[in-house]
Design a protein around this ligand. Structure first.
Ligand SMILES: Cc1cc2nc3c(=O)[nH]c(=O)nc-3n(C[C@H](O)[C@H](O)[C@H](O)COP(=O)(O)OP(=O)(O)OC[C@H]3O[C@@H](n4cnc5c(N)ncnc54)[C@H](O)[C@@H]3O)c2cc1C
Length: 387
């Protein structure tokens, strides 16, 4: 009874995008998704900022975001279930990278590369920055680059509709925690739940996000993914910016963007590697606030209205996605390690892994550079624009 053709452990955005793509692309076998947290309270996807950008420094990341951006623009239509379409509130306000005379040459070089790979980056003068945000202090700036395609959307609605759509395509979602993977003679055979029940399949995908490294250890197979606590602060400014804000990257590396009437920003926790979810408002006051106040006097009076923390599925080796079959275990696949840019890569990652599982090769995009084998072959993906 407990047999499936494919099992996916974890039921977040990666699992749901994969399940949806498998079905959409014609996989007719039975699929089960096991999710431990039916409310997704601690899952990374709903705790994320839902951002998408093309301003990366490796071609593979730009390629994936380009695919995903086009997909998200069509999301409402694509995910319609029984006449109900998601409202994902996609705001394409752009990402603005402020540059000093020291950093502008590098930003321009990156923008040229990004445009060659399909982005729509613009180089802006200080006057043009002022046109976008009149209240910004630009004294120390020499210009900026502007990722005009970038934006953000509601990640919770995206996740809910991916799962809803997958369920409507006969994917079984079983809300039970997986205790361990099961393997025999170098082959994956299924999963054991915390209840003790076992489910069997010749294909098992680990889509457990920040928990994926720990789950993989249950069969003694290493994937370099750890939970990395990242905190978000939601600010209520007494005086508001006069125009709609893009996401603004300060030369110090800190950023802010609007969130409705509020402004949000984020930073890693000082003690990032743990399954902890607390956040510390005083870090914002001590470390970020003085920098923002220098950048705009509108930050003088504000209240940190709320803060929260979520976990990056952090790839400790090269901070990029790990997608594909595991060379040490037949039938075992992983889709994890996205390190802070997973929300935006989910449509591309799900599409790619669906092709690899069904056809044994990539067709739409070549994601082979993100394979597990790259660590052993020392062919790391060295992306410098990781925020
Ligand atoms: C604060 C924050 C901000 C972010 N901002 C952005 C952003 O702006 N743009 C962007 O692209 N990315 C962003 N990210 C990263 C992004 O959220 C993640 O890369 C992405 O959501 C990962 O998706 P996932 O499906 O792998 O993980 P999850 O959404 O965490 O899904 C994994 C699921 O597996 C389940 N699970 C775990 N273990 C088990 C088990 N043993 N049995 C059954 N189920 C299990 C969990 O409950 C979870 O629901 C951000 C992340 C954080 C934390």
């Amino acid at each position: 009874m407990n047999k499936y053709d494919a099992i996916i452990a974890g039921g977040g955005i990666m699992a749901s995008s994969l399940a949806y793509n498998l079905r959409k692309d014609g996989f007719t076998g039975s699929i089960a998704v096991f999710e431990k947290d039916q409310m997704y309270e601690f899952s990374s996807t709903p705790r994320s900022e839902g951002g998408i950008r093309l301003s990366f420094t490796t071609e593979i990341n730009i390629l994936m975001s380009r695919y995903s951006l086009d997909f998200y623009k069509n999301f409402a239509k694509e995910m319609e279930v029984n006449g109900e379409s998601p409202q994902i509130d996609f705001k394409q306000n752009g990402y603005l990278y402020l540059g000093t005379s020291e950093t502008m040459p590098r930003l321009i070089e990156e923008a040229n590369f990004q445009n060659r790979c399909g982005a729509n980056m613009k180089v802006l003068s200080v006057e043009e920055i002022h046109d976008i945000i009149p209240e910004l202090n630009t004294e120390d700036l020499a210009g900026a680059t502007f990722d005009t395609d970038a934006g953000y959307m509601d990640p919770y609605t995206v996740l809910q509709f991916y799962a809803k759509k997958a369920k409507s395509m006969e994917v079984d979602y079983i809300y039970q925690p997986v205790q361990s993977l099961l393997a025999e003679n170098g082959k994956i055979t299924g999963v054991r739940l915390e209840s003790g029940e076992e489910y069997h399949a010749p294909i098992v995908v680990n889509a457990c996000g920040a928990w994926s490294g720990a789950l993989s250890e249950t069969i003694g197979v290493d994937i370099p993914v750890k939970p990395f606590r990242y905190q978000i602060f939601c600010l209520d400014l007494t005086k508001k910016f006069s125009k709609s804000l893009p996401l603004v990257f300060d030369p110090t590396g800190f950023y802010f963007r609007e969130e409705g009437e509020k402004v949000i920003t984020g930073m890693p926790h000082k003690d990032p590697y743990s399954f902890e979810f607390s956040s510390n408002k005083s870090t914002f006051e001590e470390e970020v606030w003085p920098i923002f106040y220098e950048r705009s006097q509108l930050f003088e009076q504000l209240k940190v209205e709320r803060s929260w923390a979520g976990l990056y599925d952090f790839n400790t080796v090269d901070q990029n996605a790990i997608i594909g079959g595991h060379p040490e275990m037949n039938g075992y696949y992983v889709i994890t390690g996205f390190s802070g840019h997973g929300f935006q890569q989910a449509p591309a990652a799900g599409k790619g892994l669906s092709e690899l599982i069904r056809l044994g090769k990539y067709e739409t995009m070549d994601l082979s550079s993100l394979s597990v084998e790259r660590f052993a072959n020392n062919q790391l993906i060295l992306e410098t624009a990781i925020h």
